[in-house]
Design a protein around this ligand. Structure first.
Ligand SMILES: O=C(O)CCC(=O)C(=O)O
Ligand SMILES: [Fe+2]
Length: 350
């Protein structure tokens, strides 16, 4: 993977190898949404579970989520085949500054290299985004997918998986809306011309797991992330209550859902996006597949009018999601001297 030196975390960010599983992240059974009569509301109890998981953790697992397990197994198998090839083969579909989809093995999180390789694809092909982060530049550009030749079923397995995850994403947004006291379809329109993307992460075994991270501590910038992790484990969440790093135990056929920064702003911090990171290990390869559910580039992100009033004034200035996204994108390629753009940059401080 290159020089170990590039991957070494500052001492205060290194993982503890002694694990803290503690009382875990809540697990939410989504079967009621498939059993309720068409046109009727989701059960109150389910909406309540979503509200308390989002408030207390910013993370939860879902089971009985409606995604057929065979579609998940197919993309997982295709991912193993793809990453099992030589670096030379994989680099035929490498990502570059002009072409942001495809294979990449040198991502930085908070300016330190992650011990991972990834394959990214956009859900809308093409995806419309601003050409540059500059606020006075109105030019738009397109992100398109590139596909490897091998394995031959790679493209189709990604496509059918993404379709399922999109359906689940919309269901989760309906639940989230209800849990905030909004109408079920309140968020739907933001996802026309969505900028959602799917990432496949491969974390190879690492000789020094105590010094490095598969993904450094970060918050997801979008609306919602729905992650499939395999049975190896490594994802850790910073518990809101006390700041302890808690391991998210793998549960077969479940998804890990977490709140992104846009939801934090929309909800005026009723729901917070929580930091997480990934530990690697010296023995096993680990794979994970996050689906990042993101709105249109033209979305102006700000606390929702219904959720603010004179008692609870907006905690954020509005910002353009498209500009935010292209700004982040640029910093992923370069080691910068400063931290990349954060939503805290838009926080209103009195
Ligand atoms: O691999 C994981 O478990 C999480 C990955 C992650 O947080 C990310 O890609 O944003
Ligand atoms: Fe993440």
């Amino acid at each position: 993977m290159g020089d170990l030196e590039d991957f070494i975390q500052a001492p205060e960010h290194r993982p503890k190898l002694a694990l803290s599983h503690a009382d875990g992240i809540p697990t939410i059974d989504l079967s009621p949404i498939f059993n309720s009569l068409p046109g009727s509301d989701f059960p109150h109890d389910l909406v309540h579970q979503i509200a308390s998981a989002c408030t207390e953790w910013g993370f939860f697992l879902v089971v009985n989520h409606g995604v057929p397990p065979e579609k998940r197994h197919r993309i997982e198998a295709a991912a193993r085949e793809f990453f099992g090839q030589s670096l030379e083969e994989k680099r035929k579909v490498r990502r570059s500054e002009g072409l942001v989809t495809g294979y990449f093995d040198s991502e930085l999180t908070k300016n330190v290299r992650d011990w991972k390789e990834v394959f990214d694809l956009v859900v809308e092909d093409p995806t419309i985004v601003p050409a540059s982060p500059e606020s006075d530049d109105e030019e738009l550009t397109q992100w398109t997918n590139q596909w490897p030749e091998y394995p031959p079923e790679f493209r189709e397995s990604c496509k059918e998986y993404v379709e399922e995850l999109e359906k689940l994403g919309h269901k989760l947004m309906e639940l989230l809306a209800l849990s905030l006291g909004l109408s079920a379809k309140r968020f739907q329109h933001y996802f026309k011309q969505q900028t959602s993307f799917l990432r496949i992460n491969h974390y190879p075994p690492c000789p020094s797991p105590e010094l490095t991270l598969g993904v450094g501590r970060h918050k997801d910038p979008g609306v919602l992330t729905v992650l499939a992790q395999d049975d190896v484990g490594g994802l850790e969440v910073k518990r809101k209550r006390d700041g302890e790093w808690i391991r998210v135990k793998p549960v077969p056929d479940s998804f890990v859902v977490n709140i992104g920064e846009i939801t934090q702003v929309w909800s005026n911090e009723k729901y917070e996006s929580v930091e997480h990171r990934v530990m690697v290990n010296s023995e096993k390869d680990r794979y994970s597949i996050p689906f990042f559910f993101n709105p249109s580039h033209s979305t102006i992100v700000e606390p929702l009018k219904e959720l603010v009033d004179s008692q609870n004034p907006p905690k954020y200035k509005s910002y353009s999601y498209g500009k935010f996204l292209t700004n982040r994108q640029r910093s992923n390629f370069k080691k910068l001297n400063t931290d990349n753009i954060q939503i805290s940059d838009f926080k209103i401080t009195n």
